[in-house]
Ligand binder design. Structure first.
Ligand code: BGC
Length: 245
């Protein structure tokens, strides 16, 4: 069945109806720039506009870049602090008139990858690590999502790992790909030391085919290390797949 998937990102909020059986978009994606400030009410209004654009009345699945437990937002590392303690599923259901379920952005992108992308058919312990403004993580054991791992906040070099090895830091500090890869390697070492996954899938903007050759040869892991597919659409597809009744 089709579910409207919505991906709440730092610069844009993107939506498209998704066939949740095969992970394809059934209409062209529509994007609205993320409001500034991206308060809960401002974002809830964008959700309403997206639902109106598709004249949607069915189920909606939406991502959020924070820890969310049963629809309740717990953290706000890269989003407006007003989000903390917001019951986001109720907020978005109220503004759209649809039944909305919400999950963490990395969990959603990981889920899309496991069902329809690079993680298809992979058993054992698989981590999906998405690298962008922050670092997000999703953990799967034999394809089953263990939600809300938040491994972007592992301690690394005296702070949060995402403040040392994210793509935002690479840009802000104007690091060469080699220098940034050294940082990301330290992060991967930590993840492997703690969990010894069978496979690590790397997602986010840095997993685009044009970017991968810049740094992949600097990385070395005991786990199989593979770039994600579906990059731009992964959040939309995973959010929809998770919300399918
Ligand atoms: C948030 C995570 C999110 C990640 C990627 C982190 O700062 O805590 O919830 O998955 O950024 O957006």
């Amino acid at each position: 069945m089709d579910v409207l998937g919505i991906d709440f990102g730092g610069t844009g909020i993107k939506a498209a109806p998704v066939n949740t059986l095969d992970g394809t978009l059934t209409q062209e994606r529509f994007r609205i720039p993320t409001p500034n400030p991206a308060t809960p009410d401002a974002v809830a209004d964008v959700m309403r506009q997206l639902v109106e654009h598709f004249q949607w009345t069915g189920h909606v699945g939406c991502t959020i870049p924070s820890r969310v437990e049963h629809g309740l937002v717990r953290t706000a590392a890269n989003i407006h602090e007003d989000w903390i303690n917001t019951q986001v599923d109720n907020l978005f259901s109220g503004s759209t008139g649809c039944r909305v379920s919400v999950l963490n952005d990395a969990d959603a992108a990981g889920l899309a990858s496991m069902r329809f992308g690079a993680g298809r058919g992979l058993d054992g312990l698989v981590f999906f690590i998405t690298v962008g403004t922050g670092i997000g993580s999703a953990m799967f054991y034999n394809q089953q999502l263990i939600p809300s791992t938040e491994l972007g906040h592992l301690r690394l070099k005296g702070g949060s790992a995402e403040d040392y090895a994210s793509n935002r830091i690479r840009k802000e500090k104007d690091l060469s790909w080699k220098k940034w890869a050294k940082r990301f390697q330290k992060y991967l070492d930590r993840v492997e030391f703690l969990f010894a996954p069978d496979t690590i899938i790397v997602g986010g903007g840095i997993s685009r085919p044009a970017k991968v050759p810049e740094y992949w040869h600097f990385l070395s892991t005991k786990s199989d290390l593979i770039p994600a597919e579906l990059e731009n659409e992964a959040g939309i597809i995973g959010a929809a797949a998770a919300a399918a009744p």
